[in-house]
Write a protein that binds this ligand. Structure first.
Ligand code: NDP
Length: 342
């Protein structure tokens, strides 16, 4: 991207060159997360078959406390995906009224079971439950969400462990799309423990030069425009506009936001024809649309871009399957034949 120095009194301010606001003659390549996730699931299904033939069937336990409708949908998706790749799955549904002590007993039982390789506690937990205590109780070798501090430590010291699924999915998209990472500038917007920080750590471990931004970052568009790889994990619909993006950059949109307001819908999608007609029809039918943190206009500037839906989202479940198989291999290694991955 070209910059020019604007002479504002004594200081020089870096502004985007008006040239960079010209439309990119090549619209962004759409990175198809659904296809990449399917490739990963096919590879996992083949591995599970080999393991099962050797008498080891990876097992995943999903703990769903109470009746949060969104959580019920997520858990259904995870159980279905497990079945499709041949992983044994078990759903435990303690009541909403469960105490921290009762849930700890559930986790301890799963920690002890030899047929369970992965334990996933669906968040959020009811407000009266000490969620940190529950997550800490999961045996790190079965922590397929990768949230336990032991796994966080393994990631930051580049030791083998279990990596949070969504950030791991971000890296899979980049690697399988042959996006260069080594030596590139990566900017991650968002510093949550489950997405932003682990995504930054994975990019650093992959030898990118990484900047992590958050709500207190000054001059966010200027910082973002440094990025060859820009990861948006904010939770604000369409916040990343073209002014945040260096022409040709790869933009990974982790955000999942529901837009229900018709005026807001128009603001984002009118004049952005790619896929808009279908989205508009769905919006009229359902009264809502799922969109990321990246404004659709970014497709005119970026070199490559993940869509929402169909980008990072499908990778999250695929990487959960990957982690369950990895956990089985790590824990029951001597009983598993030599396999290609992890
Ligand atoms: P959090 O709310 O935990 O974190 C959001 C981060 O964005 C924070 O670090 C916050 O900064 C930062 N932020 C908020 N507003 C701004 C701003 N105006 N400028 C710069 N930074 C800002 O969210 P999560 O990390 O859990 O999730 C992020 C998004 O990813 C959400 O849309 C979520 O739905 C989605 N998601 C998608 C998944 C998928 O499978 N595709 C899985 C998980 C999440 P600060 O720390 O200063 O508050």
């Amino acid at each position: 991207m070209k910059f020019r120095f604007a002479a504002h009194s004594q200081c020089k301010i870096l502004e985007p060159d008006p040239e960079s606001r010209k439309p990119n003659p090549m619209p962004a390549t759409i990175l198809d997360g659904t296809r990449i996730a399917q490739d990963i699931r096919n590879e996992i299904a083949a591995e599970v078959k080999t393991m099962a033939a050797a008498g080891v069937r990876p097992g995943l336990a999903v703990v769903l406390v109470g009746h949060n409708p969104a959580s019920e949908i997520y858990v259904r998706g995870k159980v279905k995906a497990s079945e499709e790749v041949g992983i044994y799955s078990e759903k435990l549904t303690p009541p909403e009224s469960s105490t921290t002590a009762e849930l700890l007993a559930v986790i301890e039982d799963l920690n002890r079971r030899d047929d369970i390789d992965g334990i996933l506690v669906q968040l959020p937990l009811p407000a009266h439950v000490d969620a940190k205590k529950i997550l800490m109780a999961v045996d790190p070798v079965k922590d397929v969400d990768g949230f336990h501090p032991v796994n966080v430590g393994f990631l930051s010291t580049q030791r083998p462990g279990l990596v949070p699924c969504t950030p791991a999915g971000v890296l899979e998209i980049l690697k399988r799309s042959n996006i260069p990472i080594v030596g590139r500038e990566a900017v991650v917007v968002g510093r949550s423990d489950i997405v932003g920080k682990p995504a930054a750590m994975l990019l650093l471990n992959a030898n990118a030069t990484v900047t992590v931004c958050h709500s207190k970052t000054h001059d966010l568009p200027v910082v973002c425009r440094r990025a060859d790889i820009l990861v948006a994990a904010i939770g604000r619909a369409g916040m990343i506009t073209r002014d945040f993006v260096k022409p040709g950059a790869t933009v990974i949109d982790v955000g999942m936001n529901t837009v229900t307001n018709a005026a807001e819908f128009q603001r984002f999608f009118s004049g952005n024809p790619a896929g808009s007609a279908k989205r508009e029809e769905n919006f009229r039918k359902k009264g809502s649309t799922l969109m990321g943190d990246v404004h659709p206009e970014v497709a005119d500037v970026a070199g490559a871009l993940t869509p929402v839906p169909g980008g990072v989202g499908p990778l999250t479940i695929a990487m959960l399957m990957f982690n369950t198989v990895k956990a089985a291999k790590m824990r029951r290694g001597t009983r598993v034949p030599e396999l290609s991955r992890a």
